[in-house]
Design a protein around this ligand. Structure first.
Ligand code: F6P
Length: 535
């Protein structure tokens, strides 16, 4: 069992509340310590995490570390790695770390290696053109049909590793809105297309609806029942339903109930990664994540990168009342990282019931959002710089680009460095006045001021390799886990997604029969209007 400690009953929580009352938000003055950068930036291989521009004094940091001790974080970490059923509400172990521990000497290790071998063989056949479609042509396009963790993780990584693609072009279909499926199928040839139906349960409405429509498209455009085996593979934990869908058992890739949906890109759910960037990239990704796992498991808390990030998040969320955080990758290849992290973080820690089944009286998971730089600068950065809300930001950039347009990359990085600097320093009245010079218009001065002292973390990575990407993603996973432990919630279930699904079922039947059921006046009115409008 996970430790069960209400964080607000700890001594350090009270001390942190007192420290928060005294907080002036003055990050700039923290740099009077000329060694602040050295003290609050940490390296793991080619990744530098600079936490120094956060509103974090040494005293606050010390108390946050005490909080981890009072909440028994160390014990929780051991339990997770050991495979104890810490997902208690679903009675499951949480072992995505076992998926990247390639030398693991137990039954799970054997299962993982066997499945990886299957992924290797299949992806190599596909990429080398040896896997033929029904008309003996090689496959050129794959369509991953899945949603949530069966889409966001593989899609994010596949696009991040765009530089490694060769013979296969990927497509991702998740929404039950057929517009997405139709858009992706447009221009595809069934003879050279392979569908990966990715679903842990193989019962998810969106995925099964899209999979059935994809099958129909395939059959109506030249394919036939016998050819399905060459054009449809499944990734799932549910063999029976996969078979009843019509997919051959030998074309099924498996994973296990101890892999949570949003933590599954490391399993066969990552098949699309291996089938585009190549199996070696997939394996490097796993190795990178493993490196971060070991760091998280073994490093002292004072130097533990995911734990430090988690504690800064708790300080902001629970004591300074900053309720969101922005993920700002300065790299087009990481454009799907914010939406991936929205699921990873918000589905894990967006909960108000603690491990005793009681409502909590403190904040849990933050709102996570973001966009790649520099696009966001011309959209919402105004609010981050001059808005009434404090938004902690996380900037990510790569020193080396994946292309030869040096000028573009230097401009991108100049913006990456400038933004966190601007957020920290702001602009004073004196600076504004001197910039305006003789043409000064006093009335405009207040609008041109920047208060500064806006917190940010910068993650600077040498280059976007699969190995480094694995570390980056695992960093977020462990950060989320750490926060869930301190908040005393169950991070690995997701009951909050069920109600909407449940209510949609009878409404679907009402929609199909043009019948309005027992609803509140608003839902009733909306449905009636819909029935009128669709006539
Ligand atoms: O509805 C939420 C969810 O259960 C996610 O947690 C999961 O990643 C997604 O649906 C997809 O589930 P499946 O892989 O079983 O189709």
């Amino acid at each position: 069992m996970l430790p069960n400690i209400n964080p607000t009953t700890t001594k350090s929580w009270d001390t942190l509340l007192e420290l928060a009352k005294k907080d002036t938000g003055d990050i700039k003055s923290l740099f009077q310590d000329t060694e602040r950068f050295e003290k609050f930036s940490f390296k793991i291989d080619d990744l530098l995490f600079d936490f120094s521009k956060n509103n974090l004094s040494e005293e606050v940091f010390k108390n946050l570390i005490t909080l981890t001790r009072e909440c028994n974080l160390a014990e929780a970490v051991v339990l997770q790695f050991k495979g104890t059923k810490i997902n208690e509400t679903e009675d499951r172990a949480v072992l995505h770390t076992a998926l990247r521990d390639l030398n693991r000497a137990d039954e799970n290790g054997n299962k993982v290696r066997a499945e990886l071998e299957k992924i290797r063989t299949f992806s190599e056949k596909l990429l080398s053109g040896k896997w033929k479609g029904y008309s003996e042509k090689s496959i050129t396009n794959i369509v991953n049909i899945g949603i949530g963790g069966s889409d966001l993780g593989p899609k994010m990584v596949t696009y991040a590793l765009r530089d490694h693609w060769s013979t296969i072009t990927p497509h991702f279909v998740s929404n039950v809105d057929a517009a997405q499926l139709l858009e992706e199928l447009n221009g595809l040839n069934p003879e050279t297309t392979l569908f990966i139906i990715a679903s842990k349960t193989f019962t998810t409405q969106e995925t099964m609806t899209n999979a059935e429509s994809a099958k129909r498209w395939f059959l109506e455009n030249g394919g036939n029942e016998q050819a399905i085996a060459k054009h449809f593979v499944a990734v799932s934990t549910n063999l029976e339903v996969v078979k009843s869908f019509g997919i051959d058992e030998k074309n099924m890739f498996v994973f296990w109930d101890w892999v949570g949906g949003r933590y599954s890109l490391w399993s066969a759910i990552g098949l699309s990664i291996a089938c585009t960037a190549g199996y070696h990239c997939f394996e490097d990704l796993l190795k990178g994540a493993y490196k971060m796992d070991i760091h998280f498991r073994d490093a002292s808390f004072e130097e533990n990168i995911p734990i430090i990030a988690a504690l800064i998040g708790i300080w902001y969320n629970n004591f300074l009342e900053y309720d969101s955080m922005a993920i700002l990758p300065y790299d087009h290849r990481l454009r799907y990282l914010p939406s991936y992290l929205q699921q990873a973080d918000m589905e894990s820690n967006g909960k108000y019931v603690d491990r005793n089944g009681k409502n909590i009286n403190y904040q849990s998971g933050p709102i996570v959002w973001g966009e790649p730089g520099t696009n966001g600068q011309h959209a919402f950065y105004q609010l981050i710089h001059q808005g009434t809300k404090i938004i902690p930001t996380e900037f990510i950039a790569f020193a080396k680009s994946g292309h030869h347009h040096t000028d573009h990359h230097e401009k991108l990085l100049a913006n990456f460095f400038a933004q966190s600097k601007a957020l920290l320093h702001g602009k004073t009245e004196k600076q504004v006045q001197s910039e305006m010079g003789e043409n000064i218009r006093e009335k405009l001065v207040p609008y041109k001021l920047f208060g500064g002292n806006r917190p940010s973390t910068s993650i600077l990575i040498k280059e976007l390799t699969p190995y480094n990407l694995g570390k980056l993603i695992a960093y977020y996973e462990h950060k989320i886990f750490t926060q869930g432990v301190i908040w005393n919630i169950f991070s690995y279930d997701q009951w909050g997604v069920e109600l909407g699904k449940q209510l949609a079922k009878p409404i679907l039947s009402e929609i199909k029969n043009t019948r309005n059921g027992d609803h509140d006046p608003s839902t009733h009115g909306l449905l009636n209007t819909y029935f009128d409008m669709r006539k």
